[in-house]
Write a protein that binds this ligand. Sequence first.
Ligand code: UFG
Length: 339
Amino acid sequence: MKNILVTGGAGFIGSHTIVELLNKGYNPIILDNFSNSEKFIIDRLKSLTGKKEIKLYEADCTVKSNVLKVFENEKIDGVIHFAAFKAVGESFSKPLEYHKNNVNSLTVLLECMKEHNVDNLVFSSSCTVYGDTEHSPVSEESVKNKPTSPYGRTKAYCEAILNDYSTDEKSKLNAVMLRYFNPIGAHPSGEIGELPLGPPNNLVPYITQTAAGLREELTIFGGDYKTDDGTCLRDYIHVVDVAVAHVASLDWLAERSNELESFNLGSGKGDSVLHVVKTFEKVSNTKVNYKIGERRIGDVTTVYADCAKANKVLNWKTKFSLEDALQHAWQWQLNLKKQ
Ligand code: UFG
């Protein structure tokens, strides 16, 4: 396996994965419509990896003719499908957009893969498929409750589509579904990182933008949850650790056929929102102006991962700590401010 189509390759997790793919000798081909990313990231990817060219198709991957063009022009061996809308809160006000974008892009991609005899797929799923879990850590078998947001349902439907398609006896699908917990941080070089267009939906970019003076105040959504400090617990994982797991998944798929497996990608521990804010203040030596506000619709109290399966099967482990991730996110924010 060498030539890898990466949809959403200019995005947050996508761009970090491009670096890891290039460093491991893969040849990524990016398909991105830049709806939630910036073109300068492509130049950063080139300078970070010392490559003169990275193949790029600028197009929407819900349109089959766009995706077919890439399969016709390139010899694709495998696909990593990142391109999707990803904000839990926003998905309540844009449910149709979320379903159309996230679900259609997967079916279009599967059709193109089938027509061109490409079997290998790494799919970006999410811990939202676990819904409001009673117990953490959650293992891959814990899919008992329903997702609590339209965004989460798009990921659950995509997983169902992959399951249905893989049981079709004509299908040769060979895929992994990576269930991300909360990817944060930035590349240690400070050259690429999370780039929300407009006010950030996610916690860490909101923290860094507030600390940098770009936002007045961070609102912590809810201080009355049943946790030690009253704020939600999440499993924060460094984006480079997430990126590395994609390369491990491709390596694993290369030695198999007709597999469909899901893997949790997290740190394996739950950190409260307040702990993240305090840890950020410590590593950046900067105060964050914050207040405790109302709960946010769709949030679950606690979710963190049991990653034993990915550790064992993919031979993958996290390398970075919460402190590293917050330090790198801060460096990235400072670099952006200087531009
Ligand atoms: N939070 C705040 N204030 C903010 C933003 C977030 O208090 O301004 C809190 C949230 O309420 C939550 C925690 O910080 O408790 C993390 O929120 P994020 O929005 O950063 O992340 P989510 O947990 O909502 O979402 C993430 C990923 C999704 C994934 C989901 C599963 O972005 O892709 O985890 O829970 F599906």
